[in-house]
Write a protein that binds this ligand. Structure first.
Ligand code: PLP
Length: 432
């Protein structure tokens, strides 16, 4: 069979290949469901582009102050329509997801205000932003206090404690959709909608912000369709579709986005300025591609969970659960397996396949981190990538794959690497 030959050429053993084919044959209906969601979201994107009369002129480069930049302004209306918000800020000047979140928070909080996280500890890099970990320039230094309500043991929201935590100072509530580097479940849009409704019933004028990283286009709706005042994310994740080389977005209410504009540039200038750096075509085309790119990444995540669960590794989400982001966590139980997994992913890459990842210190993270990525855009995690903090339970967080077939190869290579290093039992492949 041609397919056997091509995978053996890629270094995958026959035993592993036939194991993976058996796994794959059980996933047909789930893949079909993913394609339906992608189809729905594709229509949303096309419709938003048509309504806003996107034209070739939108792809022109602006320079300097970027006054009257129709490409930039139209793109922001496309985002706002696509996500059902009043306005949006979508800029190449936003460096990454952390920057977008930091911007959204600092733009809308003032000294004396309190920030509440009702869903436990936020993403590692936000600890520095908020000042949970002392950091120059943090919100804490500007007199913004922080309060957190941890999740219940079953990952549910602790509604009683959340009610108690909301007080006259509470200005903004931050909800992280994706699990990040935790092993909790990722929240569905429905679950987030319920939490927002609860919070608004207690304090209607509180700003509800959702860290939307990795969740975009996984479902048919977004938190902004259910009362979130801001949704925030990175363009080198889902919405950049693998084409955006930089950037971040915030979609939200007119007031919140206006504040973000003033914070991004300067009070008094706001959204009116900012060159598009000649990146508009990639931003538009990336958004256009994003629904099907996210579908490919989701197929990879589900494939990985099924492959690894049958090898007796604990997977979050598990092989059967519904998906609310593109991240797959696999608890590998030892640093050796973690490193082997990342080596395998790296060796499957179109770029830098010959290098070997090693653990190291990373700005913003408090334990050593190992990362595998052979990406066209540096650090892009919508492209096939894996990262893991070196701490028990040695869970690897695996995500992305601009194409499903690349994701498939990456997962097979990760298993192959462990087989080659005798870190998993070959006999297990026969048990299915
Ligand atoms: C990736 C991520 C961030 C931070 O984004 P960067 O682009 O890495 O700065 C924040 N929150 C969540 C949930 C993320 O997944």
């Amino acid at each position: 069979m041609l397919q056997d030959n091509i995978y053996s050429l890629m270094g995958i053993s026959d035993e592993l290949f036939s194991y993976s084919e058996k796994i794959l044959s059980t996933l047909e209906s789930r893949f079909k469901e993913i394609d339906k969601t992608a189809e729905y979201n594709q229509m949303k994107v096309i419709s938003a582009m048509q309504i806003n009369r996107v034209s070739a002129a939108c792809f022109n480069e602006s320079t300097g102050y970027g006054y009257d930049d129709i490409g930039r302004d139209t793109l922001e209306r496309v985002y706002a329509d696509c996500f059902g918000t009043e306005d949006a800020l979508v800029r190449p000047q936003i460096t990454c997801g952390t920057h977008a979140l930091s911007l959204a928070l600092s733009a809308n909080l003032r000294p004396g205000d309190e920030l509440l996280s009702p869903a436990g500890k936020p993403y590692d890099t936000l600890e520095g932003v908020i000042g949970i970990r002392s950091s120059p320039g943090s919100l804490a230094e500007y007199g913004v206090t922080y309060r957190q309500v941890d999740l219940l043991p079953d990952d549910g929201f602790d509604y009683d404690k959340i009610r108690d935590a909301i007080n006259e100072k509470t200005k903004l509530v931050t909800i992280q959709r994706s699990k990040g580097y935790q092993t909790r479940e990722t929240f569905s849009v429905e679950k987030i909608a319920k939490l927002i409704k609860f919070v608004k019933e207690i304090k209607p004028d509180v700003i509800c912000m959702v860290d939307n990283c990795y969740g975009e286009f996984v479902e048919r709706t977004e938190p902004s369709n259910f009362g979130a005042d801001m949704i925030v994310g990175s363009l080198i994740k889902n919405l950049g579709g693998g084409l955006a080389p930089s950037g971040g977005y915030i979609c939200g209410t007119k007031q919140c986005i206006e504040n973000c504009g003033y914070r991004l540039t300067a009070p008094g200038l706001g959204k009116e300025v900012g060159t598009n750096m000649g990146l508009m075509r990639q931003f538009y085309q990336g958004l256009f591609m994003a629904p099907s790119v996210v579908a490919g990444a989701l197929k990879g995540a589900i494939f990985a969970a099924n492959i690894y669960e049958h090898l007796d590794f604990h997977c979050v989400p598990n092989s059967q659960e519904s998906r609310h982001d593109i991240i797959q966590a696999v608890e590998l139980g030892s640093p050796e397996r973690l490193i082997a997994f990342c080596k395998g992913i790296q060796s499957a890459a179109p770029v830098d396949s010959y290098v070997s990842p090693v653990p190291g210190d990373m700005p913003g993270y408090d334990s050593q981190v190992i990362m595998a990525a052979g990406a066209f855009v540096q650090g892009s995690s919508i492209e096939l990538s894996a990262d893991a903090p070196l701490r028990p339970p040695y869970a690897v967080y695996f995500q992305g794959g601009i194409t499903w077939h690349h994701a498939k190869l990456g997962i097979l290579k990760s298993v192959q690497q462990m087989l080659d290093e005798n870190l998993i039992d070959k006999e297990k492949l026969k048990e299915i």
